[in-house]
Design a protein around this ligand. Structure first.
Ligand code: FO1
Length: 319
């Protein structure tokens, strides 16, 4: 199933899970009809460099350059820079590879020259020969703070330095009230040619919520005539990757696809659960949210493409 001959498709993506489906969609939709919006609330300053992990994970994945073992960074990476920083006694808990470093140096120098994050992302995508448009959710600083039993931690501090061990009690997205959603994102949501909004199987709390929490985004998603389809990041009570399941347990939310559907209730038209959660479907369905049962585990490229095709087919059915 390929996209209808015209029309635009918008995917909201966080880290690894989102990037996988974004790649699948990029094989089903002509590049000029696909926009991926990446979470930027994981961004942080490190060694004076502006690190934008979710933008880089989506970019590298679409450029077929990503490190499949690590799930982030570049394939075939070397670590001379990090070893040199270690010799200088600098902290090296956040692993910056030598090739990956070029992206961070390029981005930081362009931002220092007053380019916006969206402009720098467009330049990087052009130079990496990436067809679909990749947008940061905003050009403004938004920073996820994880409230834990060890106090308030920056996202990378929690996720990488502390390996998600602290117990989570909540999140704050510093700067989000003052941040402006990227104008191109709002234009895409208001575009009469919009054929679907796809909420990728990323972490709802720290990858998707920062995008939805930007002023005006939720209402724009509710107001679009295009179907809004979310894919569950929880399969058979587990998160495929990352701390979503652990966070839900610590927040007192049942670790089920049904709980994620409820979390998105009122925003989405269709929720996609994995075949292993098929029995949940009748319980999740509501009069304004249908449930589709599809294979959602994406191990191979074929899996990614098949899920992309399934999502496009659902969008057609819902239109
Ligand atoms: N994740 C880790 O678990 N350990 C790391 O050392 C690490 C380094 C890193 C460098 C660049 C980059 O773009 C991402 C990196 N990530 C690392 C992933 C990063 O923490 C992301 O925030 C996650 O992918 C979640 O979105």
């Amino acid at each position: 199933m390929n996209a209808s001959v015209d029309g635009h498709y918008l995917a909201l993506s966080g880290g690894v899970g989102g990037a996988k489906l974004a790649l699948g969609l990029s094989h089903c939709v002509p590049a000029e009809q696909l926009t991926i919006v990446a979470n930027t609330a994981d961004d942080f300053q490190h060694y004076g460099l502006h690190i934008a992990p979710d933008l880089d994970t989506v970019m590298y994945t679409l450029a077929a350059l990503s490190n499949q073992e690590l799930g982030w960074g570049l394939a075939g990476e070397t670590w001379q820079f990090l070893e040199a920083m270690e010799r200088l006694g600098e902290p090296t808990w956040f692993r910056l590879g030598d090739r990956d470093l070029a992206t961070h140096v390029f981005r930081t120098s362009r931002l220092a020259a007053a380019a916006t994050l969206a402009e720098v992302t467009a330049e990087l995508c052009q130079r990496l020969n990436i067809g679909p448009r990749i947008l940061p959710m905003t050009n403004d600083p938004v920073s996820t703070q994880v409230l834990t039993d060890e106090g308030r931690l920056g996202f990378q501090d929690y996720f990488v330095r502390r390996q998600c061990e602290p117990a989570v009690s909540g999140f704050e997205f510093a700067g989000i009230e003052q941040a402006q959603p990227l104008p191109e994102l709002m234009a895409a949501l208001e575009d009469p040619q919009l054929r679907a909004v796809v909420i990728c199987p990323s972490n709802p709390f720290v990858s998707i919520d920062p995008i939805l929490g930007l002023p005006g985004v939720r209402i724009a998603i509710r107001n679009t005539a295009a179907p809004v389809i979310a894919i569950s990041p929880i399969v058979a009570g587990l998160a495929i990757k990352g701390p979503a399941a652990k966070m839900m347990a610590e927040l007192g939310i049942p670790v089920t696809a049904a709980a994620v559907a409820e979390y998105y209730e009122g925003l989405i038209d269709c929720f996609v659960v994995d075949e292993s959660d098929a029995t949940l479907a009748p319980m999740i369905e509501t009069e304004n949210m249908s449930v589709a049962v599809r294979p959602t585990i994406m191990k191979s490229l074929d899996d990614r493409v098949s899920l992309g095709q399934a999502v496009l087919a659902l969008a057609e059915e819902l239109t």
